[in-house]
Design a protein around this ligand. Structure first.
Ligand SMILES: C[S@@+](CC[C@H](N)C(=O)[O-])C[C@H]1O[C@@H](n2cnc3c(N)ncnc32)[C@H](O)[C@@H]1O
Length: 235
């Protein structure tokens, strides 16, 4: 980090939940129902990841997706800013027999990819940690790590509701998806996300993706507050 300018974003000061705490990480792994082994295996198949492919995952968390990509035969670089997350993910990888994963303590704005450019870059439920300007910087960096025609998959808390309806959209979402304490993410967790983290409107994300050199080949607005994008790096 020594060579970075003084105005550069400090990724070690994470917005929202503190993922540097091992207890928080264990609870996170239990609550993260959008990232079960079955769901991640389905995503690996849907993306067409298989033997011989190289994959980068940014914000890899407890490693569930990275493990499934590795078990499918890919070589994986799993990147996360939190050492507690990486330690947990490494244990899980060992237990599952996934061997072809390199773990890196680094962030969207600091990971330096070495070796061949990747076939796939994936980031899920993590990019909302960055404010918009830095999301744009992150997209530019991601594009630079991918081969021409490489695939970029993004899923995150991204808002597709009409901006003027923000109050009802947020309230209704929390009402619909919040779970009771001990059964998953609670209303308090979602309130904290909206208040302290950086979800972005879909039309802004889409402009940024194009500016970074991606074609958006598919977009699914899974709910008014969660979207997924399949993008191809322009050759
Ligand atoms: C909500 S978790 C999502 C984890 C995983 N992708 C999933 O789908 O379950 C967000 C992750 O982003 C990581 N993170 C936070 N700031 C980051 C940054 N600047 N660069 C990379 N990862 C970061 C956190 O440590 C955490 O593991």
């Amino acid at each position: 980090m020594a060579s970075l300018p003084a105005w550069y974003f400090d990724e070690s000061r994470m917005a929202g939940i503190d993922f540097n705490d091992a207890t928080v990480v264990e609870i996170f792994d239990r609550n993260q129902l959008s990232s079960t082994p079955q769901k991640e295996q389905d995503l690996v198949s849907q993306l067409g990841i298989c033997s011989g492919h190289s994959v980068i995952e940014l914000g890899a968390g407890t490693g569930t997706f990275a493990i499934q990509a590795s078990l499918a035969g890919a070589s994986v670089n799993a990147v996360d800013i939190s050492q507690a997350m990486l330690t947990y993910a490494q244990h899980k990888a060992q237990k599952s027999g996934a061997i072809n994963i390199k773990f890196h303590q680094a962030g969207f704005l600091s990971y330096k990819h070495e070796g061949d450019l990747a076939n796939f870059l994936v980031t899920k439920a993590s990019l909302h940690i960055l404010p918009d300007f830095w999301k744009m910087v992150a997209f530019l960096r991601m594009a630079s790590m991918l081969k021409p025609n490489g695939v970029f998959y993004l899923r995150d808390a991204i808002f597709s509701f009409p901006p003027a309806e923000y109050e009802t959209a947020i309230d209704e979402t929390i009402e619909q998806i919040a779970k009771r304490e001990g059964e998953g993410w609670t209303a308090k967790d979602y309130e904290g996300h909206v208040r302290e983290e950086y979800s972005t409107f879909s039309w802004i994300i889409e402009g940024m993706l194009r500016q970074a050199g991606f074609n958006i080949s598919d977009v699914q607005y899974l709910t008014p507050t969660v979207a997924e994008y399949l993008c191809i790096k322009v050759a």
